[in-house]
Design a protein around this ligand. Structure first.
Ligand SMILES: Nc1ncnc2c1ncn2[C@@H]1O[C@H](COP(=O)(O)OP(=O)(O)OP(=O)(O)O)[C@@H](O)[C@H]1O
Length: 247
């Protein structure tokens, strides 16, 4: 077991009735990594995020996150993580400061809200209603919400969907700065170009299984057909063109 890893998954499975959404998945995520998950709709990415964040317990296998055994003590993880989800749109009617205050109230671990707003360039908008901000500022607000409890791990499920190119760039710049602060980020996205550019490693899922996991450049160079892009990686591993290869 690698002691620098914050996530250790060993043959983790989860099923919904007869549907095996996650099958025998094994991988590790190191502290301070940006770790990406890609795969087709229904491949099991969101279910895996739910397992990693303690919202679901594994049916089989061993899963340790930030030192906690997720089958027995998943509830203890809550204070140490944060999750981006669409529910953050509930803050639309609040001001930026009220939104951050509200989310901070859900945790006992706190960080300085003024410092967070400064870090995200939100100080001039502290008293503005979130709904009236530009898409980029709203997204920055949701990322600021994701660190109000000073989490060790941040889970992001398709956070940049619908953002324009410049706003996406700003978003990833903030993620990189969080990574430099030692935060671990696990992100699900269908934007392969972004994932290639910004993730330290990417896990590829197909039908609930991990079929590849490596640095983006190594995933690309691993292709037997000599593909040059993440799209080729996706077609080979996630879609299973030419049969794909299981890890
Ligand atoms: N709450 C649930 N109850 C029953 N089946 C579910 C539930 N959530 C997901 N599933 C099923 O589990 C499988 C994996 O779904 P999941 O949402 O994890 O995939 P995904 O890779 O995140 O897909 P997407 O890219 O569409 O979000 C799918 O077959 C899905 O229909």
């Amino acid at each position: 077991m690698d002691h620098d890893a914050i996530i250790h998954a060993d043959r983790v499975s989860k099923h919904y009735g007869a549907n095996n959404a996650v099958k025998q998945v094994s991988f590790q995520v190191n502290r301070g990594e940006i770790f990406g998950l890609i795969g087709k709709n229904g491949a099991g990415k969101s279910t895996l995020l739910e397992l990693l964040s303690g919202n679901l317990a594994p049916d089989e296998g061993s899963l340790r996150v930030h030192g906690f055994d997720m089958r027995a003590e998943g509830h203890k993880l809550k204070e140490h993580i944060n999750i981006f989800s669409q529910s953050t749109s509930l803050v639309d009617r609040l001001t930026v400061r009220e939104a951050l205050d509200m989310f901070q109230g859900f945790y006992s671990r706190h960080c300085d809200i003024d410092a967070v707003m400064e870090q995200f360039g939100l100080t001039p908008y502290a008293d503005k209603i979130v709904r009236r901000l530009s898409g980029g500022l709203r997204q920055r607000t949701t990322l600021a919400i994701a660190i109000v409890n000073d989490p060790a791990l941040i889970f992001l499920d398709e956070p940049t969907t619908g953002l324009d190119v410049q706003t996406k760039k700003e978003y990833w710049a903030i993620l990189s700065s969080l990574r430099l602060q030692g935060k671990t980020i696990v992100i699900v996205s269908h934007d392969l170009t972004e994932m290639q550019a910004h993730c330290d490693r990417i896990g590829v899922m197909r039908e609930g299984r991990f079929v590849a996991c490596n640095e983006p450049s190594l995933l690309i160079s691993s292709l037997p057909s000599g593909g040059l892009t993440m799209e080729a990686v996706y077609m080979h591993y996630a879609v299973g063109e030419a049969g794909g290869v299981e890890v």
